[in-house]
Design a protein around this ligand. Structure first.
Ligand SMILES: [Mg+2]
Length: 179
Protein backbone atom coordinates (compact mmCIF):
# COMPACT_ATOMS: atom_id res chain seq x y z
CA UNK A 1 0.00 0.00 0.00
CA UNK A 2 1.28 3.47 -0.82
CA UNK A 3 2.04 5.87 2.01
CA UNK A 4 -1.26 7.47 3.01
CA UNK A 5 -1.74 11.21 3.14
CA UNK A 6 -1.96 13.13 6.42
CA UNK A 7 -5.60 13.46 7.55
CA UNK A 8 -7.04 16.95 7.71
CA UNK A 9 -10.19 18.73 8.83
CA UNK A 10 -10.87 22.17 7.29
CA UNK A 11 -12.92 24.62 9.35
CA UNK A 12 -14.39 28.02 8.63
CA UNK A 13 -13.87 30.53 11.46
CA UNK A 14 -16.85 32.92 11.70
CA UNK A 15 -19.97 31.15 12.99
CA UNK A 16 -18.22 27.78 12.74
CA UNK A 17 -15.31 27.88 15.19
CA UNK A 18 -15.95 31.37 16.55
CA UNK A 19 -19.22 32.99 17.64
CA UNK A 20 -19.34 35.75 15.02
CA UNK A 21 -23.09 36.51 14.95
CA UNK A 22 -23.52 36.38 18.72
CA UNK A 23 -20.51 38.63 19.20
CA UNK A 24 -21.86 41.03 16.57
CA UNK A 25 -25.22 41.27 18.36
CA UNK A 26 -23.55 41.84 21.76
CA UNK A 27 -21.27 44.46 20.26
CA UNK A 28 -24.27 46.21 18.68
CA UNK A 29 -26.13 46.22 22.01
CA UNK A 30 -23.14 47.59 23.86
CA UNK A 31 -22.65 50.33 21.31
CA UNK A 32 -26.26 51.45 20.99
CA UNK A 33 -27.76 50.30 24.33
CA UNK A 34 -30.58 48.91 22.21
CA UNK A 35 -31.69 45.45 21.19
CA UNK A 36 -30.31 44.25 17.92
CA UNK A 37 -32.63 43.63 14.97
CA UNK A 38 -32.63 39.94 14.05
CA UNK A 39 -29.52 39.30 12.01
CA UNK A 40 -31.54 37.73 9.21
CA UNK A 41 -33.12 41.12 8.49
CA UNK A 42 -29.74 42.76 8.09
CA UNK A 43 -28.14 43.57 4.83
CA UNK A 44 -25.12 41.48 5.72
CA UNK A 45 -22.57 43.33 3.65
CA UNK A 46 -23.52 46.85 4.68
CA UNK A 47 -24.91 46.54 8.20
CA UNK A 48 -22.21 44.20 9.43
CA UNK A 49 -19.58 46.46 7.94
CA UNK A 50 -21.12 49.46 9.75
CA UNK A 51 -21.16 47.78 13.15
CA UNK A 52 -17.64 46.48 12.68
CA UNK A 53 -16.32 49.85 11.64
CA UNK A 54 -17.67 51.47 14.78
CA UNK A 55 -16.60 48.61 17.02
CA UNK A 56 -12.96 48.72 15.88
CA UNK A 57 -12.56 45.57 13.85
CA UNK A 58 -9.31 44.56 15.51
CA UNK A 59 -10.85 44.64 18.95
CA UNK A 60 -13.90 42.82 17.62
CA UNK A 61 -11.92 39.93 16.18
CA UNK A 62 -9.63 39.71 19.18
CA UNK A 63 -12.41 39.25 21.73
CA UNK A 64 -14.62 36.69 19.97
CA UNK A 65 -15.36 33.44 21.80
CA UNK A 66 -15.39 29.89 20.40
CA UNK A 67 -18.64 28.16 19.50
CA UNK A 68 -19.89 25.42 21.80
CA UNK A 69 -17.76 22.28 21.45
CA UNK A 70 -15.21 23.86 19.10
CA UNK A 71 -12.29 23.82 21.54
CA UNK A 72 -12.94 20.20 22.57
CA UNK A 73 -13.27 19.14 18.95
CA UNK A 74 -10.04 20.79 17.79
CA UNK A 75 -8.12 19.38 20.76
CA UNK A 76 -9.52 15.93 20.03
CA UNK A 77 -8.21 16.23 16.46
CA UNK A 78 -4.71 16.69 17.87
CA UNK A 79 -5.08 13.57 20.01
CA UNK A 80 -6.11 11.63 16.89
CA UNK A 81 -3.19 13.08 14.87
CA UNK A 82 -5.57 14.83 12.48
CA UNK A 83 -4.49 18.27 11.30
CA UNK A 84 -6.82 21.27 11.38
CA UNK A 85 -6.59 24.22 8.98
CA UNK A 86 -8.86 27.26 9.11
CA UNK A 87 -10.26 28.61 5.87
CA UNK A 88 -11.75 32.05 6.47
CA UNK A 89 -13.13 34.92 4.41
CA UNK A 90 -11.66 37.36 6.94
CA UNK A 91 -9.02 39.67 5.51
CA UNK A 92 -5.43 38.90 6.47
CA UNK A 93 -4.99 42.37 7.97
CA UNK A 94 -6.72 41.02 11.12
CA UNK A 95 -4.25 38.17 11.46
CA UNK A 96 -2.79 39.44 14.71
CA UNK A 97 -6.14 39.62 16.50
CA UNK A 98 -7.50 36.49 14.88
CA UNK A 99 -4.40 34.57 15.95
CA UNK A 100 -4.55 36.10 19.42
CA UNK A 101 -8.13 34.99 20.07
CA UNK A 102 -7.39 31.47 18.80
CA UNK A 103 -4.22 31.25 20.91
CA UNK A 104 -6.13 32.43 23.96
CA UNK A 105 -8.36 29.37 23.68
CA UNK A 106 -5.53 26.99 22.81
CA UNK A 107 -6.79 26.35 19.28
CA UNK A 108 -4.34 28.25 17.11
CA UNK A 109 -3.71 26.41 13.83
CA UNK A 110 -2.71 27.38 10.27
CA UNK A 111 -5.07 30.02 8.84
CA UNK A 112 -5.80 30.59 5.15
CA UNK A 113 -7.31 34.06 4.65
CA UNK A 114 -9.69 35.43 2.09
CA UNK A 115 -9.11 33.00 -0.77
CA UNK A 116 -11.47 31.10 -3.05
CA UNK A 117 -12.54 28.33 -0.69
CA UNK A 118 -13.22 25.66 -3.29
CA UNK A 119 -9.89 26.29 -4.97
CA UNK A 120 -8.09 26.05 -1.63
CA UNK A 121 -9.90 22.84 -0.71
CA UNK A 122 -8.87 21.30 -4.03
CA UNK A 123 -5.29 22.42 -3.50
CA UNK A 124 -5.24 21.01 0.04
CA UNK A 125 -6.73 17.71 -1.12
CA UNK A 126 -3.62 17.06 -3.21
CA UNK A 127 -1.52 17.04 -0.07
CA UNK A 128 -4.01 15.86 2.54
CA UNK A 129 -6.81 13.39 3.02
CA UNK A 130 -9.64 15.84 3.86
CA UNK A 131 -11.96 14.09 6.29
CA UNK A 132 -14.39 16.97 6.72
CA UNK A 133 -15.07 20.60 5.83
CA UNK A 134 -17.40 22.66 8.04
CA UNK A 135 -18.80 26.12 7.23
CA UNK A 136 -21.98 28.08 7.95
CA UNK A 137 -22.38 29.33 4.37
CA UNK A 138 -24.57 27.02 2.31
CA UNK A 139 -22.87 28.18 -0.88
CA UNK A 140 -19.42 26.97 0.21
CA UNK A 141 -20.82 23.72 1.54
CA UNK A 142 -22.64 22.90 -1.68
CA UNK A 143 -19.57 23.70 -3.75
CA UNK A 144 -17.30 21.55 -1.58
CA UNK A 145 -19.78 18.71 -1.36
CA UNK A 146 -20.18 18.83 -5.14
CA UNK A 147 -16.41 18.40 -5.43
CA UNK A 148 -16.63 15.20 -3.37
CA UNK A 149 -15.49 16.62 -0.02
CA UNK A 150 -17.39 15.43 3.06
CA UNK A 151 -19.03 18.71 4.10
CA UNK A 152 -21.19 19.85 7.00
CA UNK A 153 -23.12 23.05 7.47
CA UNK A 154 -23.08 24.53 10.97
CA UNK A 155 -26.59 25.70 11.77
CA UNK A 156 -26.99 29.42 12.44
CA UNK A 157 -29.96 31.75 11.86
CA UNK A 158 -29.23 32.65 8.25
CA UNK A 159 -28.97 29.04 7.00
CA UNK A 160 -31.53 27.21 9.13
CA UNK A 161 -34.07 26.90 6.31
CA UNK A 162 -31.56 25.66 3.78
CA UNK A 163 -32.14 22.10 2.61
CA UNK A 164 -28.61 20.72 2.99
CA UNK A 165 -29.03 17.67 5.21
CA UNK A 166 -25.67 17.21 6.92
CA UNK A 167 -25.93 19.87 9.59
CA UNK A 168 -24.45 20.27 13.05
CA UNK A 169 -24.96 22.65 15.95
CA UNK A 170 -21.65 21.71 17.52
CA UNK A 171 -18.48 20.48 15.82
CA UNK A 172 -18.47 17.63 18.34
CA UNK A 173 -21.34 16.06 16.38
CA UNK A 174 -19.01 15.03 13.56
CA UNK A 175 -16.52 13.25 15.84
CA UNK A 176 -17.98 9.83 15.08
CA UNK A 177 -17.57 10.35 11.31
CA UNK A 178 -13.86 11.05 11.63
CA UNK A 179 -11.14 8.42 11.86
MG1 LIG B 1 -18.57 31.61 8.39
Amino acid sequence: MSKSKQSLVVLDLDDTVMEFSRHLIETYKNMTQEDCPALTTWNLEEDVENVLRKAEKKEFYGTMKPTSGAVEFIKEMKIRDIEVIYLTARPEEYDENTSYSLCKHGIYREIIYNKNKLKELKRLSQQYNILAFVDDRAYYIEEASGAGIQSYIRTVGHNKDHKYEKRVDSLMEILNDIY
